[in-house]
Design a protein around this ligand. Structure first.
Ligand SMILES: Nc1ncnc2c1ncn2[C@@H]1O[C@H](COP(=O)(O)OP(=O)(O)OP(=O)(O)O)[C@@H](O)[C@H]1O
Ligand SMILES: [Mg+2]
Length: 637
């Protein structure tokens, strides 16, 4: 994973993010355009304040304080200010507002007009700020929503072999912690990014024009050189922030893994009374996470002061230049205003860079997740298959879970004709569930193949195959939803009557109805509040409702008491009459009626036949039978 991280530069990451953002170009355009308005308003405000200061300064210099106010433009103003005043007068004339009274004082109408203009400008600026923030924050939240969807879809679509490798906690952490980082980047930072550079640019353009007018090219050089100098510490330190953030995201994943593992195995933790040890382990991981984020924070907090020190140094040099040049007070004040205005966006920019670097670290992991590609492959020309007509055949199928691992199934060849029951027996770890996994196509054989009605399972559309094959897994898994939801899972159109009928078939109706909440009783995390047997019966009802033509039963009835087990067996046998069953059972009594029994030892089918044939053959099956029956006799005795 580190390899991938080094391969992708932040530029590439943000290009990919930007191409996603472009899907919402209306919001982007409105957001950036309003940012532009806000940014350029700085330039306008600086221009206006400069002109006004010049007028005020000229008035102070030329008109005695006690003298009556002269008509506008009558005083000895600099040419630029005269031009500005004339423009205002012309505009007032155009809309019929008198500018000056007979005594030379400015009219209240002209004053009101000025105030109105100011109000409009201020309001316009605030509306633009609102639009800018709203559109870009919407954009951030929207992109993050898409990324969560994409991540969930990507993770959900991976094959079971992927889940065998990945920690669930790590996957959860990527979907939650990493996307929140990106949320922060887009929602908060993009709004600043679209405004701050324009504000800085506005101020810089003003300084450049000002310098040009005043013939102060040394000031210009200072502005051009100074700005990049301020950015240097941001870039250098920002890179370190990214690295530490990447590590901190990995550490938070460790934390989530620890939490997930503990909460899902809480019964074991309680049974072995290891709470204190687990709390200690968690505290250790948490301490590591704390240390990592503190490293990132230490670097991040250095950025702003470093920028400020560089900025203040440049400001001092600038003041010296101004003093040497003998500048007017108004000129210095205007430059100072430009400095104050530019200070805020520069500070924002100094925060943006580390945030962007943090975002790059999170984006690396998010794109990595979205690009996971361990899906169960489906051929583009996969065939539709809506019915099972003849037989399933294992043709010399072999399988290993990992490329480097030992084969778990070796050269399995057998047929399951339609309507028959094939049972698999064998010691624990011999490969029974794995055989069922190949039949359900949770995994593909590494050699050989499995065919249904002559078609390789790999050539059948996965959705069709899932409808044809139902699996009652060895471990009963329920959702933390109502019992009715769990029974109807995978059969969304089922009516309440159908749900109850399925529950009756699975012998589950009685215990469900006995509870005050009935079918609305919530099953708890993984069915926590139900007993093992109840959980299994709900799972059996779920498969009964789905009613697939092929059924895989993996130790389906092992958690039921002997009486209930027999009842459920009979129900299953009834429901599965004329259906095809692949049954795995440790209790050999439950599979006596099977048409074919396969005995598996270390992945190899060592015996095959009916119960009577195999018992008579006096081999591995007979040994298993005798062992179990003598155990039962011993239990009874
Ligand atoms: N996801 C996996 N990755 C790697 N190896 C696995 C995986 N699942 C099972 N195995 C290994 O494959 C072998 C066969 O496992 P399998 O689950 O098929 O046994 P089983 O016959 O069903 O056993 P049991 O009767 O205990 O259920 C075992 O040695 C097991 O350790
Ligand atoms: Mg098994």
């Amino acid at each position: 994973m580190n390899k991938t991280r080094q391969e992708i530069s932040p530029g590439q990451l943000y290009r990919r993010l930007f191409s996603h953002i472009l899907r919402y170009r209306t919001h982007l355009l409105v957001g950036v355009a309003s940012g532009l308005v806000v940014g350029s308003s700085v330039f306008v405000m600086l221009q206006v304040s400069w002109q006004m200061l010049t007028v005020v300064e000229s008035n102070v210099n030329t008109v005695p304080a006690v003298a009556p106010a002269a008509p506008a433009g009558a005083v000895d103003l600099p040419p630029a200010a005269v031009k500005w005043t004339r423009q205002a007068e012309r505009l007032a004339d155009l809309i019929g507002v008198p500018v000056a009274r007979a005594d030379g004082r400015v009219t209240w109408q002209f004053l009101a007009l000025g105030m109105l203009a100011l109000l409009v400008v201020v309001l316009g600026r605030q509306v633009a700020i609102y639009l800018n923030q709203y559109c870009l924050r919407w954009l951030g939240a929207r992109v993050v929503r898409d990324q969560r969807d994409q991540q969930f879809e990507a993770i959900e679509s991976q094959s079971l072999s992927f889940y065998g490798r990945m920690d669930v906690g790590r996957l959860i952490s990527r979907s939650v912690a990493d996307t929140s980082v990106v949320d922060g980047v887009i929602s908060q930072t993009v709004a600043d990014i679209s405004r701050a550079p324009f504000e800085i640019l506005g101020a810089i353009v003003f300084v450049v024009l000002f310098a040009q007018k005043k013939d102060m090219f040394d000031l210009l050089v200072l502005a051009i050189l100074g700005f990049p100098l301020c950015i240097v510490p941001v870039i250098v330190l920002g890179r370190r922030v990214r690295n530490w953030t990447h590590r901190s995201l990995e550490r938070i994943s460790d934390l989530v893994v620890r939490m997930h593992e503990n909460f899902t195995c809480i019964r074991v933790v309680k049974a072995f009374h290891t709470e204190a040890a687990e709390i200690g382990r968690f505290a250790e991981e948490n301490r590591n996470y704390f240390k990592t984020i503190m490293r990132a924070i230490r670097v991040e907090l250095l950025i702003s002061p470093a920028m400020e020190v560089v900025g203040v140094c440049l400001g001092c040099i600038f003041l010296l230049v101004c003093v040497c040049k003998g500048l007017h007070l108004s000129d210095m004040a205007v430059i100072a205003v430009a400095g104050v205005i530019v200070y805020k966006p520069i500070r924002q920019l100094s925060r943006i860079v580390p945030t962007l670097e943090r975002g790059a670290a999170a984006l690396t992991r998010i794109f990595e997740t979205i690009d996971f590609n361990e899906r169960l492959p489906e051929r583009p020309d996969a065939v539709r298959k809506t019915s099972f007509d003849d037989r399933i055949v294992f043709e010399d199928a072999s399988f290993r879970y990992t490329a480097a691992g030992q084969p778990v199934i070796r050269h399995a060849s057998f047929a399951i004709p339609r309507g028959s029951t094939v049972a698999v027996v064998g010691a624990t770890g011999s490969g029974k569930t794995t055989l069922a996994n190949l039949l359900a196509r949770f995994y593909d054989p590494t050699d050989g193949c499995v065919r249904m009605d002559g078609v390789d399972l790999r050539d059948i559309k996965i959705a069709d195959l899932r409808k044809l094959v139902g699996v009652l897994t060895q471990e009963t898994l329920l959702f933390n939803e109502t019992v009715a939801f769990n029974i109807a899972y995978g059969t969304p159109d089922a009516t309440q009557a159908e749900i109850e009928e399925a529950a009756r078939k699975a012998n589950a109706h009685a215990f469900i109805a006995a509870h005050p909440d009935g079918y609305n009783r919530v099953a708890g995390e993984k069915g926590f509040v139900l007993s093992g047997g109840e959980r299994q019966r709900v799972a059996i009802a779920r498969i009964m409702l789905r009613n697939p033509p092929i059924l895989i039963l993996d130790e389906a009835t092992s958690a039921l008491d002997t009486v209930t087990e027999r009842q459920v067996q009979e129900e299953i046998a009834l429901a599965m009459a004329n259906r095809t069953t692949f049954a795995i059972a440790h209790r050999l009594s439950t599979i006596r009626r099977a048409n074919l029994i396969l005995v598996v030892e270390q992945g190899v089918i060592v015996e095959r036949g009916t119960h009577d044939e195999l018992y008579a053959a006096n081999g591995a099956y007979r040994r298993l039978c005798d062992m179990q029956f003598s155990q039962q006799d011993a239990d009874r005795g």
